[in-house]
Design a protein around this ligand. Structure first.
Ligand code: ZN
Length: 321
């Protein structure tokens, strides 16, 4: 068992369908209580959160502050509930903008499915993926955070100070929170104990190499070497530097596989995705594989190891040789 500071209490909340569970963290300090991440806007998740708070004599309205590590629904799904209850709800400026775009521009769903109209995907893939986004939107209350937070900022949660680390990659505005006293890092989805962190290609990240940003911010966490990592998913991470290193090596191996799949003649990203990840039955798994493949390709292009080629109705990739 890893000893956690008594001020930080992990609360595992269920997610619908087969999405598993998300951890949120209750912070109890001299000035009351706060929360890091919220869980989804889903009845069973809300019930579990209310019950967990009640065990400490707290209700949703007692939390003075809420930090959302990033804008995904499992991390800020109940944002409006807490804003309405009078809490200070914090998120990075970049993810605040991404969250707004997710709600304000539902037409972007079909753009996300065809990967911004730049990549040829089968019609059946496009249809199934486009149908997926309204479901995710239903798990998220629309809201505007009341405060934006940035790298290096100190936030006070219930009388305990945390340092904000901007850790882009999983999302462009993802943040981790360091509690310097105990050496605990709240890692959100930046460092996870199970599957290696997912890095998507997003429309706003075109030309920005999100995987490169992720690897850099993961190096930063490795160098920082927090004693314990508390992740958005799974058990506490006993040595965050070692786990960061494993994730770095996982992505390095995948990047090498994508690079090895390139040919002198242009190949579409969808075909490269099938070569590297294989067929995936579920729409979400296929979309994640494709967006990750694009993140690898964008990284290889940024490093000068792949060439992006315009073909009819989109883009393809070829090796340098
Ligand atoms: Zn996430």
């Amino acid at each position: 068992m890893i000893a956690l500071p008594t001020c930080l209490i992990p609360v595992a909340l269920p997610m619908p369908a087969t999405l598993g569970a998300v951890n949120v963290y209750l912070v109890r300090g001299p000035n009351g209580a706060a929360l890091v991440d919220t869980g989804m806007d889903d009845a069973s998740s809300r019930t579990a959160l209310v019950a967990a708070l009640a065990a400490y004599g707290l209700s949703l309205g007692d939390l003075g502050a809420v930090v959302c590590t990033h804008y995904h629904p499992d991390h800020c799904g109940l944002g409006a509930t807490f804003v309405d209850a009078g809490a200070e709800v914090m998120m990075s400026a970049v993810d605040t903008a991404s969250l707004a775009a997710f709600f304000d521009d539902p037409a972007s769903d079909s753009r996300r499915s065809t990967f911004f109209g730049r990549h040829r995907v089968p019609a059946e893939f496009e249809e199934r993926v486009t149908a997926m986004f309204p479901f995710f939107r239903s798990l998220q209350e629309p809201f505007r955070p009341t405060r934006t937070i940035a790298d290096g900022e100190i936030v006070n949660l219930a009388g305990i100070t945390f340092e904000v680390l901007h850790t882009p990659g999983h999302t462009r505005g993802h943040v981790c929170l360091l509690e310097p006293e105990s050496g605990v890092l709240l890692t959100g989805d930046h460092v996870t104990p199970g599957e290696a962190t997912h890095v998507s290609m997003r429309e706003e990240a075109i030309g920005a190499d999100p995987l490169g940003a992720f690897l850099e911010s993961l190096e930063r966490v490795r160098a920082l070497g927090p004693r314990v990592g508390l992740s958005g998913h799974g058990e506490p991470i006993p040595d965050t530097a070692i786990r960061a290193d494993e994730i770095l090596r996982h992505h390095a191996a995948r990047i090498a596989r994508v690079a090895a799949s390139l040919e002198p003649l242009p190949v579409g990203a969808y075909d490269l995705c099938l070569k590297v990840f294989g067929e995936r039955r579920k729409a979400l798994a296929r979309w994640l594989a494709m967006s990750q493949t694009l993140a690898y390709l964008e990284h290889l292009v940024a490093e000068g190891r792949a060439i992006e080629v315009a073909i009819e109705h989109g883009l393809a990739y070829r090796s340098r040789g």
